[in-house]
Ligand binder design. Structure first.
Ligand code: CTP
Length: 463
């Protein structure tokens, strides 16, 4: 049994020292029993205490959605990370989970009411707002987000959000249509502009039986993100990076489409590496089966046209655009509204060019720093340089594909070209490669910023 007060052996300010650090382990782990002194010790419920940063005082706000059933697990995980958690429930949340459940897992009476005299006498709501190092709201319903956006203070949780200077993180959860609704999206934008951090929602099967974006991020991932030091010291700190990833799909009829073998792994790795380097990252992804890396906003698209629309919207205030998607070059001239029947031995599809996302952004008036990818089966250098020039890029990362190389692999190698140089990044895991690429992007981005404008995009000799 260990005493949580002996956490002091954990390293200071989130940085580990000694053996754990030397072994490159993210956390020292101690198997521990509940020892907050507030709860009787359960017979067999060991928890793993991740000894990371100083204990953080967290208000966990729970609002009224079905995902509230996952929030007791989030409490547990925040405590595992060494947090002191005070749960505050909205009235709606109590329809899904009882305050007693949260009291049992947090070891503290749950706060539910702004007008509770006894609770207010113990710690008034303003005192509670000052106590918190961080406010986490999971799940955050569409309704609560709207009230937060408009500054309501008609219940305890909304009042705490207004009265606290602590950073606020919300994990939205709702039906996909509610998430996509223009009112919700306008609130999302407003909340983001005010520095509120959104984690998710994710895509998947929903409690209502529908499939789409609206699921709450899993508690383990929320806790991990809360305890991951936010960017600041990284090479892309303060910059907004937009990344495209995965394949696109061009519909033929309601059941068929044209696509390609891209897994999205490289683009997702670049997004993760950029986020680790301190950037705000927007990932625009075609249909892939990969979880969104922590702390990244993912926009899901299907066709080249949709990817272009999303990219144009996002690059307006971006510093760097990395196009790692394998975008369809062609689309059907006509999409059949009914399933096409096999009426003849051969059939011809009439195709026209799909928009070129990267080239379109390259032609815009003041494009961000542009990085392209070139997956080639032959003449890698020549084709890559042609694309560097033709699409008005700052850098291009090229590799050979086909014959077991490139697609759907965990490893890759790249040659990166820019106007007056190149660098080989040798075969390694895609995430290690992405981190090297991000270092290079940051270096070239800074150099470009110092160049006179006229020099920035002079053509290279393709030879
Ligand atoms: N790209 C894009 N939109 C397209 C096609 C490509 O944004 N419609 C981007 C890719 O994300 C990549 C770069 O352009 O960063 C090069 O893509 P690639 O498929 O290698 O080349 P294409 O320009 O499509 O030319 P080709 O298929 O003839 O090699």
């Amino acid at each position: 049994m260990c005493d949580l007060n002996r956490r002091s052996i954990a390293a200071n300010s989130g940085h580990l020292t000694g053996n754990a650090w030397a072994q490159n382990e993210p956390y020292t782990q101690l198997e521990c029993w509940y020892a907050t002194g507030r709860l009787p010790l359960p017979a067999a419920a060991p928890i793993i205490l991740h000894m990371s940063a100083q204990p953080r005082k967290i208000i966990l706000g729970v609002t009224g959605g079905i995902a509230a059933y996952k929030s007791p697990d989030l409490v547990r995980r925040l405590i595992e990370h060494g947090a002191d958690v005070q749960v505050v429930m909205s009235r709606g949340a109590q329809q899904f989970v009882t305050p007693l459940t949260f009291q049992a897992v947090s070891g503290k009476p749950v706060r539910t009411d702004l007008w509770d005299e006894a609770a207010e006498a113990a710690m008034g709501h303003i005192e509670l707002a000052r106590w918190a190092d961080e406010i986490v709201i999971a799940p955050a319903t569409a309704e609560f987000m709207a009230r937060l956006a408009y500054g309501f203070a008609d219940d305890l949780l909304s009042t705490l959000c207004l009265a606290s200077s602590a950073p606020i993180t919300i994990a939205p959860a709702m039906n996909r249509q509610m998430w996509a609704n223009a009112a919700t999206q306008a609130n999302v934008k407003l909340l983001r502009e005010r520095g509120i951090r959104l984690l998710g929602p994710e895509s998947g099967e929903q409690a209502c039986g529908e499939v789409g974006v609206g699921r709450m991020v899993e508690p383990a991932r929320i806790a991990e993100e809360i305890f991951t030091p936010r960017g600041g010291a990284g090479v892309l700190s303060g910059l907004k990076v937009v990344v495209t990833a995965g394949p696109t799909r061009e519909r033929i009829d309601p059941v068929r489409f044209i696509s390609n073998r891209s897994s999205g792994k490289m683009g997702f790795a670049v997004a993760q590496a950029a986020r680790e380097a301190g950037a705000e990252v927007i990932l625009i992804s075609g249909p892939v089966q990969i979880c969104t890396p922590l702390g990244i906003e993912r926009i899901e698209v299907e066709s080249a046209e949709q990817m272009l629309n999303a990219a144009q919207k996002q690059v307006a205030d971006a510093d760097i655009f990395v196009a790692a998607a394998a975008v369809s070059d062609y689309r059907c001239c006509e999409i059949s509204s009914e399933k096409i029947k096999k009426t003849s031995d051969t059939m011809a599809l009439s195709l026209s060019r799909a928009p070129d996302v990267l080239a379109t952004i390259g032609r815009s008036e003041s494009p961000p720093f542009l990085v392209g990818f070139a997956a080639e089966t032959e003449n890698v250098e020549r084709n890559a340089l042609t694309k560097l020039n033709g699409k008005n890029l700052d850098m291009i990362a090229a590799n050979k594909v086909g014959d077991g190389l490139g697609f759907d692999k965990d490893d890759n190698a790249l040659t990166v070209y820019w106007r007056d140089g190149k660098k080989e990044l040798s075969l390694t895991s895609k995430i290690a490669l992405a981190r090297q690429l991000v270092e290079l992007i940051a270096e070239r981005y800074r150099l470009r910023k110092q160049e006179p404008k006229a020099l920035r995009k002079s053509a290279v000799n393709v030879g």
